[in-house]
Design a protein around this ligand. Structure first.
Ligand code: FNR
Length: 352
């Protein structure tokens, strides 16, 4: 099967398997405030990350490119939505276009549609600094994502079986490229120790890419005859992964992603310690099944919902929201307790 056919398979099965919402956000509750003492008009959802200013804390995460006209069209539409809504947007892995120049247009369209937007390039951890520079140059990217997808590769019959040396390759890329490097998972989450290892080689932004949304083990198992079903439940739920990353010994910028589909989960993700939230499968499904206008409407509705939730909590800014008190129960409480993370750091704080 060609790389381009595989890209389309991923889209098809991602739409079919959908989002299971096993993210652990249901284990979190905000503490109701009867006297928030602010107005909806006081609330700003602007966010600053690494010197860049954004009108929203959400962005469109890496999905596609490299599969000919179909992926060109999806990237074009996603870029139009991102431009209209002022969201940053990541492209899917650019390795196919680095190997086959005829696929470049499927990625370049994102910059063409979005000349002044924040665009994020994407490659796997097998990349060298030269390939990373070429991917950045291809779309004049403002940042680079390096994805970690060991479980997906292992579940894929034709996937990689060699994973040694990834951390030192990432270190070289961080040293040699001149844009911020975001290391991301693809739906299996990152634990505190992984985040600490990345931080030790100079990575300053991680996207936890947690479990509970698009499930690449399930997708690969649908594509193959030899099911590795034991990976279908594998991974760190998104909410737990954000908290693990927030308790790493060195502070770094955390992006939450994996299974986001609502304003309330965005608010919870930010309150747990994320600075931004990435959407992939949920946006793709709306775009493909309902069209570009429906996706634009959903993004406005998500932004409005977030402002309403922040108002109810008395949070005027994302920074305020990040100190809103939370009660964590159930599986998430159990996990964090086992991992030595004190949930009172969330339950006993207040917005100043
Ligand atoms: C992805 N994702 C992804 N990630 C990446 O770093 N490079 C890639 O090429 C792709 N390709 C891709 C294709 C499709 C069809 C989907 C749905 C997703 C993973 C994506 O960025 C994200 O990490 C996961 O999908 C989890 O987030 P959601 O989908 O649950 O919001």
């Amino acid at each position: 099967m060609s790389r381009s056919e595989r890209k389309w398979d991923h889209i098809r099965y991602a739409l079919e398997t959908g989002q299971k919402r096993l993210t652990a956000f249901d284990d979190i509750q905000f503490i109701h405030q009867s006297l928030p003492n602010i107005n909806v008009s006081d609330v700003s959802i602007h966010q600053k990350i690494g010197g860049l200013s954004f009108s929203s804390p959400i962005f469109i995460n890496a999905m596609t490119g490299g599969g000919g006209d179909k992926t060109y069209s999806l990237n074009k539409q996603l870029a139009m939505v991102a431009g209209e809504a002022g969201l940053a947007i990541a492209v899917g892995s650019q390795m196919s276009a680095l190997k086959d120049k005829s696929e470049r247009y499927t990625y370049e369209v994102v910059r063409k549609e979005n000349p002044s937007g924040v665009l994020i390039a994407n490659l796997g951890s097998e990349a060298t600094p030269d390939l990373a520079k070429a991917a950045i140059e291809m779309i004049e990217a403002n940042a680079l994502q390096i994805h970690l997808n060991v479980i997906q590769e292992l579940a894929m019959p034709e996937g990689d079986r060699e994973f040694s040396g990834a951390l030192s390759r990432i270190e070289k890329i961080v040293k040699e490229v001149n844009v911020p490097v975001i290391v991301k998972e693809v739906g299996f989450g990152m634990c505190k120790e992984t985040v600490e290892s990345l931080s030790s080689v100079g990575v300053s932004v991680v996207d936890v890419g947690g479990f509970g949304g698009t499930n690449f083990a399930e997708i690969e198992n649908k594509r193959s005859d030899k099911s590795k079903a034991f990976f279908n439940q594998w991974g760190i739920p998104t909410a737990i992964s954000i908290s693990e990353a927030a308790h790493a010994s060195m502070p770094l910028t955390i992006i939450g992603s994996g299974g986001f589909s609502s304003s309330i989960d965005i608010a919870k993700g930010l309150a747990l310690g994320a600075s931004a939230v990435g959407f992939a499968g949920y946006f793709l499904k709306i775009l493909v099944e309902e069209g570009i206008d429906a996706l634009q409407e959903e993004i406005s509705s998500i932004h409005h919902g977030l402002k309403i939730i922040m108002t109810s909590l008395g949070a005027k800014s994302i920074l305020d929201l990040q100190s809103a008190p939370l009660i964590i129960s159930g599986q998430m409480h159990h996990w964090l307790t086992q991992r030595g993370i004190d949930t009172k750091t969330y339950s006993q704080r207040t917005i100043k």
